[in-house]
Design a protein around this ligand. Structure first.
Ligand code: ADP
Ligand code: MG
Length: 245
């Protein structure tokens, strides 16, 4: 098999939610490429389809039509079992609402992707605790999610997305509950782990403080990608993106 050049390739992605009394078209034909080694940020107003798009990219949601390849693999060509396996091995996802399991400690939550991948529990929890150190939560490894602040839970969710060394990390507003310094620390950690020549990182964000870390920024509106811009002159672009969010 040849090495795919793209981490993510979306073509004409369409997704409609049917709530019974109304149909909401969340994605109206999305074309988007994410290159290997790239940090792509996705910005746009609430309700424009950002979470829907990254959920399809991460294999959590199926599109109605169009194509979504991740590392050269078309999600629709995988059986549900292979899809679970491919996701467990290749994708790290940080949910907007963290989605931590309430009865597991922070370290156990972070260990889940490793355990799914067959790593023994004791080793998995040890690796998880090491990663919790890196996000500044070394002392909270034994805490339950309910004993942690929103910002701390967010960092547990970020550690969980990284623990199994996935090739694609997808984050939905990962710094929204973090103070400035912690937010920058988390982005630097994400970028150092996730942005290598055979990996990619997608971050949905409203947080202008982190725009400088992007390689490109895609602006979404009403189910479309309005523009994709390369971040070169950081401060100027920062300003532009701030104006549209
Ligand atoms: N599970 C769902 N059922 C019905 N409508 C939904 C569902 N999820 C999202 N939507 C609708 O789809 C549109 C896009 O939502 P979403 O992808 O969450 O946008 P964003 O993340 O940019 O705020 C919105 O109009 C939202 O209300
Ligand atoms: Mg969203």
């Amino acid at each position: 098999m040849t090495t795919p050049e793209l981490a993510v390739k979306c073509r004409q992605l369409v997704k409609t939610y049917d709530t019974g009394d109304q149909k909401i078209t969340a994605l109206q034909g999305i074309d988007l490429d994410i290159h290997m080694g790239e940090l792509m940020m996705l910005v746009g107003p609430s309700g424009c389809g950002k979470t829907t798009l990254i959920s399809i990219i991460a294999g959590i949601l199926d599109q109605d039509s169009g194509q979504c390849d991740v590392f050269g693999v078309d999600w629709l060509h995988l059986s549900s079992k292979d899809k679970l396996l491919f996701r467990a091995q290749n994708i790290g996802f940080v949910f907007q609402a963290y989605n931590l399991l309430p009865t597991l400690t922070a370290a156990e939550n972070v260990a889940v992707p490793l355990i799914i991948n067959g790593v023994k529990r004791q080793l998995a929890v040890r690796k998880a605790a090491e990663l919790l150190e890196k996000v500044g939560l070394g002392k909270r490894a034994e805490s339950l999610p309910s004993q942690l602040s929103g910002g701390q839970q967010q960092r547990v969710a970020i550690a969980r997305s990284l623990v199994h060394n996935p090739r694609l990390i997808v984050c939905d507003e990962p710094t929204s509950a973090l103070d400035h310094q912690t937010g920058i620390h988390v982005i630097e950690l994400l970028k150092s782990v996730a942005v290598t020549s055979d990996r990619a990182l997608i971050i949905v964000t409203h947080d202008a403080r982190i725009f400088d870390y992007a390689d490109r920024i895609a602006k979404m509106d009403d189910g479309h990608i309005d523009s994709v811009a390369v971040v070169t002159q950081h401060s100027q672009f920062n300003k532009e993106v701030e104006d549209v969010t």
